[in-house]
Write a protein that binds this ligand. Structure first.
Ligand code: NAD
Ligand code: TYD
Length: 341
């Protein structure tokens, strides 16, 4: 592995992965291939912008010509596909882009990868492809029962990756990561939304009863887990990549308010998300047996994350003043009007 194409590298987890790879492997070249949608942000890559081993190509993974050009120009041998529409609530409002990027885009990358003899293709997937589980934890062989347009699109993308392994013997690995948090997270997801709203003394809109459970993984651990599977995973295999930190949404909400010294009166119980998965839980025995475990504890990573948003308003304030405002209005205005304290 020498020349990596990192699609979606200007997003939240992709940019953490790029920073990690350039820190860790002096001989690797990283080409970030990113469309720069509302979620892509070159500020996420500021730290590496002047590194001679880093290049940036603006392009759409569903546009075969641009992908081919990048693969040829940079003699790419490895593709790590982070590029996706990634937010469940937006997939409920407007599913089209999810099909285009998460399904068609993944197919185009696989096809170009096959044509140019890529030696490894890493598909970054999600625990949401399994659907919801009331007790116990999902194992890699369990059925995929995705419930949102987002998770259905992600499941489709990874099934296509699987097919390229089975049919063409392409060297494919897949990770199913759990809910990720940390710096540079677009403030539409619960953690950065609630932290930045609380900083501004704005309401925190908790969906339904707040008793849904997510398994939280710190972003650097997610990046390092992907690095580990990229280098040590077996072709054709799927690996659950979870943090082992299951928490109720309402507990996360209280923790954020406590750490910021803000009152619980900011909490609003709002109309639930349609098709809302109750609980995600991953059995990560397979990846642990291969030799990987998260390095950060949930509490210390959460404290660091909350403080990062306090210290880095330069990063998130322009985002919240831009396209985000229109989305927030659409997603929350009615909900907040009819909310319960
Ligand atoms: P993100 O929304 O922050 O970033 C997505 C990036 O992809 C952005 O930079 C965006 O510009 C780019 N992009 C979108 N469409 C594109 C296209 N058509 N062509 C090229 N680039 C495009 O997402 P994230 O949270 O960093 O997630 C990264 C990956 O990890 C996704 O595949 C997601 O499904 C997966 N994942 C995320 C989580 C999580 O909790 N955030 C958990 C598990 C898995
Ligand atoms: P989110 O951060 O959107 O990630 P995902 O849907 O991919 O798990 O949501 C995490 C949990 O938080 C999920 O159960 C929905 C809930 N949630 C709220 O209660 N209020 C909100 O405003 C958001 C964005 C999420």
């Amino acid at each position: 592995m020498k020349n990596l194409l990192v699609t979606g590298g200007a997003g939240f987890i992709g940019s953490a992965f790029v920073r990690h790879i350039l820190r860790t492997y002096p001989n690797y070249h990283v080409v970030v291939f990113d469309k720069l949608t509302y979620a892509g942000n070159l500020n996420n890559l500021k730290e590496v912008a002047s590194d001679a081993r880093y290049s940036f190509v603006q392009g759409d993974i569903a546009d075969r010509h641009t992908v081919e050009q990048a693969v040829k120009d940079h003699q790419i041998d490895t593709i790590v596909n982070f590029a996706a529409e990634s937010h469940v609530d937006r997939s409920i409002l407007t599913p089209d882009a999810f099909i285009q990027t998460d399904v068609v885009g993944t197919y185009v990358l696989l096809e170009v990868g096959r044509q140019y003899g890529i030696t490894r293709f890493h598909q970054v997937s999600t625990d949401e492809v399994y659907g919801t589980i009331s007790s116990g934890s999902f194992k890699e062989g369990d059925a995929l029962e995705p419930n949102s347009p987002y998770s259905a699109a992600k499941a489709s993308g990874e099934l296509m990756a699987r097919a390229y392994y089975e049919t063409y013997k392409m060297d494919v690995v897949i990770t199913r990561g759990s809910n990720t948090f940390g710096p540079y997270h677009y403030p539409e997801k619960i953690m950065p939304l609630f932290i930045t709203n609380a900083i501004d003394n704005q309401p925190l809109p908790v969906y339904g009863d707040g008793k849904q459970v997510r398994d939280w993984l710190y972003v650097d651990d997610h990046a390092m887990g992907i690095d580990f599977v990229l280098h040590h995973g077996q072709a054709g295999q799927v690996y659950n990549l979870g943090g082992g930190n299951e928490r109720y949404n309402i507990d996360i909400t209280h923790q954020i308010l406590n750490r910021l010294g803000k009152p619980e009166s900011l909490i609003r119980y709002v109309t639930d998300r349609p098709g809302h998965d109750r609980r995600y839980s991953l059995d990560c025995t397979k990846l642990h047996a291969l030799g990987w475990k998260p390095a950060h504890t949930f509490e210390s990573a959460l404290q660091y994350t909350v403080q990062w948003y306090v210290d880095n308003e330069w990063w998130w304030r322009p985002i919240k003043d831009g396209e985000f405002k229109e989305y927030y209005q659409r997603q929350y205005a009615e909900r907040l009007k009819t909310a319960q304290a």
